[in-house]
Design a protein around this ligand. Structure first.
Ligand SMILES: [Mg+2]
Length: 231
């Protein structure tokens, strides 16, 4: 298999996302308690999460845009407390700063350094991670996200958009990610090669069809495999 470039998922592939999302919820809640106690009382963390899920279910037109979903959630929470002018930008900054305070898996950075010295990488995410804030922008030739593309993984169009940015045929690109459906099935349907970052060592879910081209435990194993293939 000749690989000329990679597209790489971010959340749960390079870092665990849940701790950052939980911290973001806690930081927002702390801000609300201090500055808008009525809103904090009406919308404790579980209620705020439920409201966000409600917004996501209602606004399927914004399925690719978690940022817009969060703005609407905040606006709605404040409106129910009689506040029409929610400090949306401040709230967003608190959330976004915590959301990007991620701790990379120990294998991620060394592997990225090995891989980027031989293959161009485009990040490919449905989320709103910010590579500059996380401090890893220099490892990526391109950044492709659902919000800018207008569609989310597993839609083949987002993979096609990434291939176009890389200037390569889908079949020359290896997509790497942790999610069997969003990453492996999505990329396979778009004609890319697929690598499943399977940190928990699960068996491939057979119901999803053909197994990925590569099933690896972490990013170091991916770098080992790529180097063994040669450029
Ligand atoms: Mg992921």
């Amino acid at each position: 298999m000749r690989i000329r470039a990679l597209t790489l998922d971010l959340d749960d592939t390079l870092w665990p996302v849940l701790p950052a999302l939980e911290r973001a919820d806690r930081d927002l809640d702390a801000y609300l308690r201090q500055h808008f106690p009525d809103v904090a009382r009406a919308w404790p963390i579980p209620a705020m999460r439920a409201l966000r899920a409600e917004v996501a279910a209602e606004r399927t037109d914004l399925a690719h845009d978690f940022t817009a979903q969060r703005y609407i959630t905040m606006q709605r929470a404040f409106a129910t407390c009689g506040i029409e002018q929610a400090p949306l930008d401040t709230l967003w900054e608190i959330y976004f700063s915590a959301r990007n305070s991620v701790e990379l898996f120990p294998d991620s950075l060394p592997a990225l350094e090995r891989i980027t010295s031989h293959w161009p990488i485009a990040s490919l995410t449905n989320g709103n991670a910010d590579l500059d804030r996380i401090g890893i922008r220099s490892h990526f030739a391109h950044h492709v996200c659902a919000r800018d593309t207008g569609v989310a993984k597993p839609d083949p169009r987002i993979f096609a958009a990434a291939a176009e940015r890389l200037g390569m045929a889908p079949g020359d690109i290896l997509h790497v990610g942790d999610d069997p459906e969003l990453d492996v099935v999505g990329a396979r349907d778009a004609g890319l090669r697929t690598a499943w970052i399977n940190r928990a060592g699960h068996p491939w879910p057979g119901a999803l069809g053909k197994a990925p081209d590569l099933d690896v435990r972490d990013m170091s194993a991916l770098a080992d495999w790529l180097e063994a293939q040669g450029e």
